[in-house]
Design a protein around this ligand. Structure first.
Ligand SMILES: [Zn+2]
Length: 298
C-alpha cells in the first residue's frame, strides 16, 4: 500500500469504521471546544463535530465521536458546565458520530436518534463502496428514544427542533436546530469546504443532500451559524457555495448518465475537474465521489 492509498484508507477509516475496526491511535487527540453562541459549543477532536448545549437543565450533546475519546469528551464537557450530561442526539449512525454512545449512556445520557439509526446500529452493515463490514453496536450504544419525522426539546432556554430529512448522506439523517440561538447542526449533510461522502449502501442519495441544504438555507439568515459534520463552523454563504457545487456536479453526472455513459466512463470524464483544487482536498477524493454521485443520481 503506497502512502497516498494509506492516507486515503486512514481518512476513510475515520469516517466509516466502528471504533474497534478503526484501530486508530487516539492518544494524541485533543478535544477542543469552540463557542458558537451563548450556551452552545462545538467540540472538535477526531471524527464528526460534536454539538453541545449547556445551561441549568443539563448538558445536551449532538454526536459523540469514537469510544476511546469518551473520557476526554466528558472532561471537556465538565470544564464547560457543572451540570450532568442528560441527552445525546445522533445525527446519523456512522461510527465517527456514535462511537461514544455506550459511554455517554453509562454517564447518564439518554440516547436519541431517528429510527433508522437504531435499525442500522442494531445489525451488521456492509458498505459496498469500500468493501467494509461494520458489526452491530453493543445494546448499550443503541438509541433508546427513536422518532420517524421530528421531535422538539425544550431545554436550556432553547427550542431545539430535531428533524429528519429524506435520504441524503444516509437514510437516517437528522438536523438539529437551536431556534433562539440561530444555530443548526447539520451532521454529515454538510461537509464545509469539501465534497460530501454519500453512503449509498446506507440509502444515501445526492438529491437528498441538495434538498437538505435547500431546506436549511430557507431557515437561515446572515447571522445563522451552521455546524457541519466535518469542517469549520460555517455561514449561510458557505452552505450556498456547497449546495451549488453538489447540485452542479449532480446535474453534470445525471446528464452523462442519461446519455447512457457507464460509471467508469463518467468517472473518466472528470466532471468535477475545475472544482477539485478547492473541493476535492478532503477525504472524498474526486474519482470516488463521482462514482457515488453516479450510483445515487436520479
Ligand atoms: Zn457520516
Amino acid at each position: 500500500m503506497n502512502a497516498r492509498v494509506l492516507a486515503a484508507a486512514l481518512a476513510l477509516g475515520t469516517l466509516l469504521a466502528s471504533p474497534v475496526r478503526a484501530q486508530q491511535d487516539f492518544s494524541s487527540v485533543r478535544i477542543e471546544p469552540e463557542k458558537v453562541a451563548d450556551g452552545i459549543y462545538v467540540l472538535k477532536g477526531a471524527g464528526g463535530n460534536i454539538g453541545l448545549s449547556v445551561g441549568e437543565d443539563g448538558a445536551f450533546m449532538i454526536d459523540d465521536q469514537f469510544a476511546p475519546l469518551s473520557e476526554k469528551i466528558l472532561a471537556a464537557v465538565k470544564a464547560i458546565t457543572a451540570e450532568p450530561l442528560r441527552f445525546v442526539v445522533n445525527t446519523h449512525w456512522h461510527g465517527d458520530h456514535t462511537g461514544g454512545n455506550e459511554s455517554m449512556g453509562k454517564a447518564g445520557a439518554l440516547l436519541v436518534a431517528h429510527e433508522n439509526v437504531r435499525r442500522r446500529m442494531s445489525a451488521e452493515q456492509f458498505n459496498a463502496t469500500f468493501d467494509r463490514t461494520t458489526p452491530p453496536s453493543p445494546p448499550g450504544a443503541l438509541p433508546v428514544v427513536t422518532f420517524t419525522d421530528a421531535l422538539t426539546f425544550h431545554w436550556n432556554g432553547q427550542t431545539i427542533r430535531v428533524f429528519h430529512v429524506d435520504p441524503a448522506h444516509t437514510d437516517g439523517d437528522s438536523i438539529i436546530h437551536f431556534v433562539e440561538a440561530d444555530v443548526l447542526h447539520m451532521g454529515d449533510l454538510f461537509f464545509n469546504g469539501s465534497y460530501p461522502y454519500i453512503d449509498v449502501s446506507s440509502g444515501g442519495r445526492i438529491g437528498g443532500v441538495v434538498s437538505a441544504a435547500e431546506r436549511v438555507l430557507k431557515a437561515a439568515g446572515d447571522r445563522t451559524r451552521l455546524i457541519p459534520g466535518h469542517g469549520p463552523v460555517g455561514t449561510k454563504a458557505d452552505l450556498e457555495a456547497y449546495r451549488d457545487v453538489v447540485a452542479t456536479v449532480g446535474d453534470r453526472v445525471a446528464a452523462l448518465k442519461a446519455q447512457g455513459r457507464s460509471r467508469e466512463e463518467v468517472v473518466a470524464a472528470k466532471p468535477t475537474a475545475e472544482l477539485d483544487a478547492k473541493w476535492g482536498q478532503g477525504f472524498m477524493k474526486p474519482d470516488v465521489w463521482v462514482g457515488l454521485v453516479y450510483d445515487s443520481v436520479e
